[in-house]
Ligand binder design. Structure first.
Ligand code: NAD
Length: 444
């Protein structure tokens, strides 16, 4: 992406026409809660609570200017009413049946939405048991090579956009967490990757096949799970080549959201950390998938990196060298999607005196994730219209493991991430960036 090719303000084409949201994992808890929620919002039965793009404001100019529009009025974003949903799953349930199974929303709400949800049927998924040990998909594509599978996904996209008269699309991965994978030579260049697609290379999981189909169609790709997917050189390069924005990884929702709120606060006050023990119980399908050690390792890597990056032990060895950090997730069916997280935080203050913080977050996983899906699809679509391509670091606000350019460390502090996001919007809309310096109010 070259600075001069980024479009600003009036150059950004309007969000006209329908926006197709393409979801691998459309039968899952997050996806169905998102879809049902958008339809409830369109019917004015509910408010888009948790969505920055729908409920958030942005300050423009000086504090004395009193210019604080809603983000959705300031930026030329598509709205919930423009969205059409499509996607893939390895089970054939339509979104009504899937939402019932997910047990996130109340029965009454699901029944009210039945005509709408029942009309959304998944395309057959791209499935590979090697990457998803704890589920046995039965609604799956049968093409022989990975390249043929990618082409079949592209055909699905074409038929969906044609049938629904869709102008633009965004793909967002809401499917299960794939088993742990380290980057290997097949992920290093576009050529090696395409060769791998032709030869069914074992290091290419289904998520990369969907991403390849999206990117080569110029469609932005967002990754809500911790699997590598587009976070490898071949696919970031492909995104730039096809002028598609990409963002990931792993929605920042429950426990990690709280971590990235609390840890920057402790660090701002120069309070030390001896240990942080986090454990969770959850009983949804995500919890079942994460019982598999391979999938859990992918998640664990994503969750563990956060504190190291925020606390910077290399800069503050007296406060943060060798703190103990443990994350556990246990599958416990009775809780369903209502996850319970406990954090035990051992800190120390003046003269090294120890103190403890205990957190008990009784959250609802998919209720926290759904508004992030809405924001991400609208912002990724905006990024595409603004000609931003490749990694969208300004969207790191939404992720546990934000993607960044090679050689940069990721920014995990939620408040820095929010400032980065809002300043990017100000920049694209030709407004002054806000530094929070404020000295100008005290100068004669
Ligand atoms: N708060 C949250 O809920 C949260 C936060 C961060 C990340 N995530 C991630 O989001 C993803 C979705 O979470 P969920 O709770 O909805 O899980 P879920 O198990 O309810 O849904 C995942 C869906 O993906 C489908 N699927 C699996 N592999 C597929 C494939 N190859 N192609 C198409 N469909 C496939 C499954 O059949 C299932 O319907 C998970 O990876 C999870 O780790 C969720």
């Amino acid at each position: 992406m070259k600075a001069e090719t980024v479009r600003k303000k009036e150059q950004i084409p309007a969000a006209q026409g329908k926006l197709g949201v393409l979801i691998p994992g459309i039968g899952g808890a997050v996806a169905t809660t998102f879809i049902a929620g958008v339809e409830a919002i369109r019917n004015k039965w509910a408010l888009p609570i948790g969505s920055l793009t729908q409920m958030g404001t942005i300050r423009l100019g000086k504090r004395t200017d009193n210019r604080v529009p809603y983000i959705k009025d300031f930026v030329n974003l598509a709205g919930p009413e423009d969205i059409v949903f499509g996607g893939w799953d390895i089970f054939s349930d339509n979104c009504y049946a899937a939402a019932k199974k997910a047990r996130v929303l109340e029965k009454e709400m699901i029944e009210r939405l039945q005509p709408f949800l029942g009309g959304i049927e998944p395309f057959k998924g791209v499935y590979n048991k090697q990457y998803l040990k704890n589920l046995d998909g039965n609604h799956v594509k049968s093409e022989k090579t990975y390249l043929d599978l990618a082409n079949a996904v592209k055909e699905d996209i074409k038929s969906f956009t044609g049938k629904n008269s869709i102008e633009r699309c965004v793909m967002i991965w809401c499917a299960s967490t794939e088993t742990y994978l380290q980057p290997s030579p097949v992920h290093q260049t576009i050529e090696a990757f395409e060769q791998g697609l032709r030869e069914n290379h074992p290091d290419i999981p289904p998520s990369m096949i969907y991403a390849y189909a999206a990117l080569t169609s110029g469609i932005p790709f967002v990754n809500g799970a911790p699997n590598l997917t587009v976070d490898v050189p071949a696919l970031t390069e492909l995104a730039r080549k096809h002028e598609a924005p990409i963002a990931g990884k792993d929605f920042k929702t429950g426990q990690t959201l709280l971590k990235t709120i609390i840890a920057p606060g402790l660090k701002s006050r120069m309070l030390g950390l001896e240990g942080w023990y986090s454990t969770n119980i959850l009983g949804n399908r995500d919890g079942q998938v994460l019982e598999d050690p391979g999938s859990f390792k992918t998640k664990e890597e994503s969750k563990l990196s956060v504190l190291q990056q925020i606390l910077q032990p290399e800069l503050y060895p007296d406060l943060y060298k060798d703190f103990y950090h443990k994350v556990a997730i246990n599958y416990y069916p009775p809780r369903g999607d209502n996850k319970e997280g406990w954090d035990c935080i051992d800190i120390f203050g003046w003269l090294g005196y120890p103190m403890q913080i205990k957190l008990n977050f009784l959250c609802r996983d998919s209720i926290l994730a759904a508004p992030l899906v809405l924001d991400l699809v609208l912002l990724a679509d905006f990024a595409k219209r603004a000609s931003l391509s490749g990694i969208q670091e300004w969207l790191s606000f939404y992720f546990k493991s934000p993607m960044e350019a090679q050689g940069l460390y990721p920014e995990h502090d939620l408040f820095i991430q929010l400032m980065k996001l809002k300043n990017t919007l100000r920049y694209l809309m030709g407004e002054e960036l806000i530094t929070h310096l404020g000295l100008e109010y005290y100068m004669d």
